[in-house]
Design a protein. Sequence first.
Lengths: 317, 321
Amino acid sequence: MTAIDPTPTTARARPSRWTRLRQSDLGWSFTHHPSAIIAAILLLVLIGSAFLSPWFTVQNPYDLASLDLLNAEIPPIWMADGQWPFLLGTDVQGRDLLSAILYGSRASIVIGAASVAVSLVIGSTLGLIAGYHGKWADGLLMRAGDVLLSMPTMLIAILVSALARQLLPPYLREAGASGVIVFAISLSAWVQYARTVRAQTMVERNKEYVQAARLIRVPTWRIMLKHILPNTTTPLLVTATLNFGLGILIEATLSFLGVGMPPEQPSLGTLIRIGNQYLFSGLWWIVLFPGLQLCLLVVSINVLGDWLRDALNPKLR
Amino acid sequence: MLAFLIKRIGNAALVMLTVAFFAFLIFRFLGDPVEMMVNESATQVDRDELRGRLGLNDGFLMQYGRFVVNAVQGEFGLSWRNQQAVLGLIAERFPATFELVIIATILSLVIGIPLGVFTAIGRGRWWAESLQFGSIVGVSLPSFFVGILLILTFSVTLGWLPGYGRGEVVRIGWWSTGLLTPSGRAAVILPSLSLSLFQITLVMRLVRAEMLETLRSDFIKFARARGVKRRALWFRHALKNCLMPVVTLTAMQVGNLIAFALVTETVFQWPGMGMLFMQAVTFVDIPVMAAYLCIVSFIFVTLNTLVDIAYAVIDPRLRAA
């Protein structure tokens, strides 16, 4: 063989990480789905603008001292009474709507991502243990999952969030609001990850590489984390992406119902709740723009998730 | 079959007991029932006497058992807010939620099924593909924002339909219906449309997937060879074979709709159970919250169990699972 191909492999430049990514199956599929590209760009812009907002917005909407009641109820800039620099107008407290939306998106994105992270870690740990051990651990986990999934996620989240606020001492209610929401969402979201990892683990644990690892006495936790877990990540990626969108939606709904983020640190849902009170008084922009931002955010995440599910599904290749 | 029945019903009972346990925890440990029931001038002796009478000194399991027995009989105590029986409060609000959910379900079938058929037979055409893409958008739209958009368009800007309330209602026994008056019928349109949008997209995507599968099967090819008209082929031969999963989905989703009605009712100020619950949350009216939790999960669990059992009756292969 070496005689036929004299150039040793080391001599050829190894393709860069970026090139390898672009030439992979996933990369190929991405470049051939315009909707996925548009969604990815849109999502990058939305997330980027949300996190860079402190550097370019006209005011900090969380800082009540920067608000001026004289600026209240200004319509968007393209309307007759619009005023620079309030591009999308202001609300009844004189808060610049664009700044409020960008800061609010940041809260929504952070809470959505945190709920994914928490439920992903808890769910895959429990799923690994249940799938690897089986027996009573498995039975217990599956029963708990059945009970949780027999109720709508949204209902559980509303209940937990409403009750947790009553349990918290008053001085913690505002500061702890985002933690409570993450907890309320993760409480039923982990089941999906646990089931996925469990099913995959039950397949993997009987394969030869696991038996070999067991033979040479690799500790159990190491087999689970280093050998089995990496083989279960692909389906998790799709679930995590779709649940990111779902988390943002649930957070927005909780805040809209008044059991989520407090008005002092508004998320997109809180802004829509505030705007909804002025629905019949002609101040349509206070409710419309935060709502549109929320839709753009969730739609772009879901389009990406949909594409990812199809691209990673071996049956559709 | 009997083993399957026992297993499913046992499972449902387990879920209900768990839910009741949490409702009991909320009921018993969130706020002191005695403090809520006595008036300002009550002495410590009065309080202790009431505490004994309510059985709050008994063991934990004993109290839980009593809570379950009472709940089964529909006895959820008095609302802390206005001292009325909780069950009566919920029964008064139930017809409003029920009508909303039923109309939303009908809308989802009437709109969703034809859309599903059209997107399936027009696969690859621009209008079918854009409808399919639109369904992803429909799934992603937050239900409360859809409601707000509907109100902004049809009631604030155009002034065609009322944006809040239930209109005039007619009482028939303990049931109250808004469907018999013009204002009631006008009021139900926007909330039910907003509640059903998510389900319309679900039904549409399901019918589309099933139709694509069915249209490839041999009996369709044969019917085409026999010269059956295209419209009869689609709507009579193919669609009939797609409806079974739609029925299942619809039955399973009724519980979800009741839960989501909570959001829709808040947007449209619709006087149903969901709004009662949100008011209870605002005023920390624990008995109402606990009762709502039990009743809604009961409806939800019962529906799911019935669907599972019905499926097993129809398809014996599922009984083993």
